[in-house]
Design a protein around this ligand. Structure first.
Ligand code: ZN
Length: 235
């Protein structure tokens, strides 16, 4: 029995964080659907991961399988149009000083949650689950707890229904995310995350490390690898 009778929609990219969020939601909520956003930047490895992770969760975790419902994919190529509008010279230099690409779409997580809420409302789902985290990516203000709490209020008022935003990773570092993975699904879930999720910014599926596939050098691989090592040491 799920501890919470509500139905949830998980923002699911096929990466490590959203996969752990999906496992968390399957453990907690009575019915769970997933949503993905294709913004034109998605690598083939990420698309394959979404499908593989859902299949693996279904086949290896019989207690979760009956709760896992439909997957929805929205074409958000309009984000490319936004990312190709010219920033002012002043904003461009601010963005590049902050390590953001010229094509970066500010506040995109607000858009993702708002789109997810419109689908959730149509599907009778009242919880939105996302892997946003203040600990590792505090550079993104739209991942912060207060931003998402106020978005929850705006969405609930705008749809005239109680829509909760649930961010189980908000205060965890990457080592704690690995620990949470183990707690939710033991060794089989760790194996699934290592083997089937994809987080590398470069889309590298050639290099296999103890913590999974990736280039090993981009900021995402760096966080994932260091978190894994810290988690192992803490055992
Ligand atoms: Zn990488």
């Amino acid at each position: 029995m799920a501890s919470d009778t509500r139905h949830a929609l998980v923002l699911f990219s096929g990466g490590q964080d959203s996969t752990v969020c999906l496992a968390y939601a399957l453990e907690r909520y009575a019915h769970v659907e997933t949503i993905g956003f294709d913004n034109g930047e998605r690598k083939p490895a990420e698309r394959a991961s979404r499908v593989n992770v859902r299949q693996q969760l279904r086949s290896r975790f019989p207690r979760w399988a009956p709760r896992l419902g439909d997957d929805h994919v929205l074409d958000l190529s309009l984000l490319e149009q936004i990312g190709s509008t010219a920033p002012t010279a002043e904003r461009e230099s601010e963005m590049s000083a902050g390590g953001l690409a010229n094509s970066f779409v500010p506040g995109r997580n607000l858009l993702f949650f708002t789109f997810a809420a419109t689908v959730a409302d149509r599907r009778g789902l009242s919880v939105l689950v996302g892997g946003m985290c203040e600990t590792d990516f505090s550079a993104y203000p739209d991942c912060r707890d207060n931003a998402l709490k106020s978005l929850q209020v705006a969405i609930s008022l705008g749809l005239d229904t109680a829509m909760m935003i649930d961010t189980p990773l908000m205060w965890l570092d990457k080592a704690e995310t690995w620990a949470m993975t183990e707690k939710l699904g033991g060794e089989p879930l760790i194996e699934l995350v290592v083997e089937h999720t994809h987080s590398c910014y470069l889309g590298d599926r050639e290099h296999r490390h103890a913590w999974g596939y990736g280039c090993g050098m981009c900021p995402s691989c760096d966080l994932r690898g260091k978190g894994y090592e810290t988690w192992l040491e803490s055992w």
